[in-house]
Design a protein around this ligand. Structure first.
Ligand code: ZN
Length: 288
């Protein structure tokens, strides 16, 4: 509606592509925006309302046509496995790639994916169906050595290996190599929190605190406060209040009701509470 499609976000971390929710026609929109969906390795579905996963069958089928062979994992609520399996059984579709399902649970913070450079967690949202948000947290990689220090001193290989992992090293003669002296300070770790769909819920703070970027639904404006509560959605002002209390760095608003043609008033409303708010726009990229 009004040039806006349903929710689907591709999060790129290095060479890894993660897909969060998969609204209708996702693979067609991805093609229009030149996003390489073939690189997606893990898909995270927040809940089973159609506007968050009706694009999944299309995407999975398009992988078959593209002769995908690399495995794909889908994380989602109970029932998603059955929906997809049934669909492919009746269409007599045999996928040429391994497809794994991992059931998500809305009972707390759960680690879904643990990579050397980042972790993905689910956490509970309050909506009309079992729903989870997702949190992507960067992990520290190996430390980088200070080149001048290496040139000035003869540093044994074992010491370098230890220092890069953040551990001081003592050689046979008792000489101590300190991490602080030989390596650059670690850069701050980045994180991204995704909250859609949910009623206003201050308990979210514990899961998304200090996130660099928070995506929070803002289906309505505050003049529709009652409607937001009745449908288990949030207003732009409520999203901003969650951002403020969670001390995130930036708020990305989304999931706008089709009743709003012009979205500027939603942004203005959010900014009265949390200034560093922006509107999510289809096809746009947000760097963290
Ligand atoms: Zn929903």
């Amino acid at each position: 509606m009004h040039g806006r499609h349903h929710t689907a976000q591709v999060v790129r971390f290095g060479q890894d592509f993660l897909l969060i929710d998969c609204g209708e026609a996702m693979q067609l929109q991805a093609r229009a925006f030149k996003i390489k969906v073939s690189k997606i390795s893990n898909i995270f579905i927040s809940h089973l309302h159609g506007d968050h996963y009706y694009g999944l069958i299309g995407l999975l089928s398009s992988y078959s046509l593209g002769k995908r062979t690399t495995p794909l994992t889908i994380f989602g609520p109970k029932g998603l496995d059955e929906i997809i399996t049934t669909n492919f059984r009746y269409s007599n579709t045999k996928l040429p790639y391994p497809l794994n399902f991992v059931e998500t649970h809305d009972d707390g913070l759960n680690l879904l994916l643990d990579n050397p450079r980042y972790e993905v967690y689910s956490f509970p949202l309050k909506h009309r169906l079992p729903t989870t948000g997702f949190l992507i947290k960067e992990k520290h990689g190996l430390r980088s050595m200070i080149k001048e220090k290496l040139q000035q001193n003869e540093v044994p290989l074992a010491a370098i290996q230890s220092l890069r992992q953040g551990m001081d090293y003592k050689d046979d003669t008792g000489k101590l190599y300190k991490v602080k002296a030989y390596t650059h300070p670690l850069p701050p770790l980045r994180s991204y929190a995704y909250c859609s769909d949910t009623i206003y819920n201050p308990n979210l703070k514990q899961f998304i605190k200090n996130a660099d970027l928070l995506y929070h639904e803002s289906t309505f404006m505050d003049d529709n406060l009652e409607r937001a509560a009745a449908t288990f959605h949030s207003t732009a002002k409520q999203a901003a209040e969650i951002a403020k209390m969670s001390q995130v760095k930036k708020l990305l608003l989304g999931h706008f009701s089709s009743r709003y043609i012009n979205l500027e008033p939603l942004l203005e409303e959010a900014k009265t509470i949390f200034d560093n708010s922006i509107l999510s726009e289809e096809g746009s990229t947000y760097a963290i």
